[in-house]
Ligand binder design. Sequence first.
Ligand SMILES: Cc1cc2nc3c(=O)[nH]c(=O)nc-3n(C[C@H](O)[C@H](O)[C@H](O)COP(=O)(O)O)c2cc1C
Length: 498
Amino acid sequence: MAWLATGPERGPSIVSVGDQAARPSNAVSLPSIYPEWLGDRTFLAEHPARFCYVVGEMARGIATPRMVIEAVRSGCLGFYGSAGLPLAEIKEGLSEIKKALRADQSAWGANLIHSPQEPGQEAAVVDLFLAEGVRRVSASAFMRLTPDVVRYTALGLERLPDGTIKRNNHVLAKVSRAEVAEPFMSPPPEKMLRELVASGKISEAQAILAATIPVAADITAESDSGGHTDNRPAAVLYSSLCAARSRVAKKFGFDESVIRIGLAGGIATPSAVAAAFQMGAAYVLTGSVNQCAVESGLSEAGRILLAKAGPADVAMAPAADMFEQGVEVQVLKRGTLFAMRGKKLHAFYRSGASYETLSAADQKWLDDVLGEPFEAAWKATQAYIQRVNPGEAKRAEADGNKRFALVARRYLFQGAQWAREGTPGRATDYQIWCGPAMGAFNEWVAGTPLEPVENRTVRQIALNLLEGAARITRAGQLRAMGLPVSPQHFSYTPRLFE
Ligand SMILES: Cc1cc2nc3c(=O)[nH]c(=O)nc-3n(C[C@H](O)[C@H](O)[C@H](O)COP(=O)(O)O)c2cc1C
């Protein structure tokens, strides 16, 4: 508690901090701010955690079960990086999480990623989550609602004796555009509910409940981030989603408070956390910074590279799974040539080239990048594609440009695998998804106990960010009251928490 003196002839001034006895009779009090108080308390009521802070999912188990467990034990919400993993491995990961946590440590979930290229996968993942008692999903990459996400949420609805509706299955929808957010903020379309009832996937009673509330009570606004990103500025996106919430609430007669909006992307310093909460974000979600934490599924070699990045050391590069469509992901640029090589591969593909039509110099470049002659790379690619997608393999046999694309995709995919495993001799090909947040974090922690990678645990990262954000919020509050507050009060030096 701080005591402030005010008077008509002077601006406010701090007369005492913490000492009530020293407080003059005309003083007004300014209550303390704690990290636990930042964000929307209804978020903590719904997802039993101490802080409105989410450790976000990172694909292919980079957000490991251990990371989720540590996030929950630290008072945060954690999402398992289940995207891109085989079902059996997801199941194993979920068991590890459940075994390590008590029943009341329930603030965790897994990633439900929209997978239009793998028919049946989304339904199988939802089935697994339901069977394994996963009560929270972060739904991402959705361009529109699908029956499986609606099935997941509807199956968890329950009418309480006081008439309110309880959610037992929570969807946190991660979006970067208002038009994608709106269907998640709205009740599911009636037709979709009718079809789910008709096919016996949900009950009539569940459909009736689902028709009265938003599909997702939590919307994560994903601004410029590591991995798949629209590179949207946080302030613009957050305001746009708030406007969408107002529109949807008006349309369906909801109170706006039934939809919380959290912020992700670029959050890696106390000022970013404070700014997000100051804007009104219900919660914050971090990604890139946790990839360099000791609990991350990324190799030590990859984590060391991340720790050297500055805010500008990132670039967009072709995504392995959507290479032909020109989809890009944000990756680490410093210490690896992946982005540059990926872009060159894509430029060749776009020009209609096949290996056979490349100049001798370009063929040599490609063989060097692949680390083997193109023909050998094609044979290995062909064997795989024949197994998973025989139609595509057949098309490629007759089309050199398609063959080129498939070999390039294999190389891009391997880049992520080499980074995860820390394959020696392949560091220049590491594909490490990373946003500018990583560099901002490195600059903030330089010369502090969080500079060495071995001290970067998800707990130390989260607690320092939150503690710093509370202090900056406090400094902002004092300044808004007219007190002179110097710039150093808007900064916070990390320390190691017990
Ligand atoms: C290595 C890495 C992998 C990611 N994988 C996924 C994923 O599988 N699904 C998803 O929804 N988001 C994924 N993300 C996004 C994060 O969950 C988070 O939303 C984002 O990183 C936040 O922005 P930031 O990177 O600026 O912190 C990934 C991010 C990174 C850095």
